[in-house]
Design a protein around this ligand. Sequence first.
Ligand SMILES: *Cc1c(COP(=O)(O)O)cnc(C)c1O
Length: 394
Amino acid sequence: MTRSFIPPKRILMGPGPSDVNPLILEAMARPTIGHLDPQFIRMMEELKELLQYAFQTSNRLTMPVSAPGSAGMETCFANLVEPEDEVIVCQNGVFGGRMKENVIRCGGTPIMVETDWGRAVDIDAVEDALKATPNAKFVAFVHAETSTGAQSDARALTALAHEHDCLAIVDAVTSLGGSPLLVDEWGIDAIYSGSQKCLSCTPGLSPVSFNERALEKVRNRPTPVQSWFLDLNLVMAYWNSEDGARSYHHTAPVNALYALHEALLLLKQEGLENSWKRHMDNHLMLRAGLETMGIDFIVPEEERLPQLNAIAIPEGIEDVAVRTHLLNEYNLEIGAGLGPLAGKIWRIGQMGYASNPENILFCIDALGNVLNEFGYNTPVDKALEAARAVQAAL
Ligand SMILES: *Cc1c(COP(=O)(O)O)cnc(C)c1O
């Protein structure tokens, strides 16, 4: 007989989703009300303000797209890129490749700037591409490349885009809430994120923000946006109409939005800077433990993301066996490598609610023990000691 599904209790330390705070799950279980109910609309207004805080922007068009991060990506490209547009696309991992696909499907021409996986986007190479492409309209890049654990300089890349009369389209799915991101101060024109990484909300929503320059482009397109669902000219009638009236576009995912509201409220209560610092502190603990176990990071130190730690799988250790063991014996999920890094790296996320010292110690202990079971010989106690020493010195 089929019964209700009761998921196991896991600790999620992969590339997302991350552990969801129980307060957020509770918010999600509250009664569903109409998506045009005045009380719901009041909640939506607060949600927009909380998102403006998280993005550090006063952009009026700051709202969650009713679909996962990939839909936020598609919202940016589908609304901004018109047929024949040349777009500089920076690729240093999986997600830059998806940006390229988006540009092609919008009828645009991607001009690829490739940097080795595991490195930050090469700014000089982007400048060369801009000089060689005088009619380029956009520079698109991933701030936090979750597939490799590398962080790119979003401020410098945005400034460079502007010097060449381009708008900057930024993927902040893994950076939002986890590492410094200042949309207005850096001048980012269009940006998207996801609910399930450092915001620690349930998956399925994608916060986006467009500044006036970007919006003007959307409003004045000679060709209609190819996607009806993602066309911001239509979505704004529900989320952002000038006169405050709301008209039906699609049924908002009511309970999921309660959850995002709660997640952003928790971020605001903690304080953005404190959240950034917490992710960095816990990363330093994790690093100390991993290094003591002789495990290497694949990203140079100054380009590392604190919330996503990409590490080389030690010689002779089998990827799937270790991850399966961690999941079955420790209820701990860590991430596999993607594309050319499959079988070569693990990705240890410590995002949002999952980023805490207990989890870091648990992860070092579990990984060390499992590695030793598979024939690696590492001093787990010393690794835990090193992590605790970092914690004590913070
Ligand atoms: C997770 C992720 C996405 C896609 O988000 P989904 O919610 O899985 O659609 C896009 N970009 C980056 C950098 C990501 O980490």
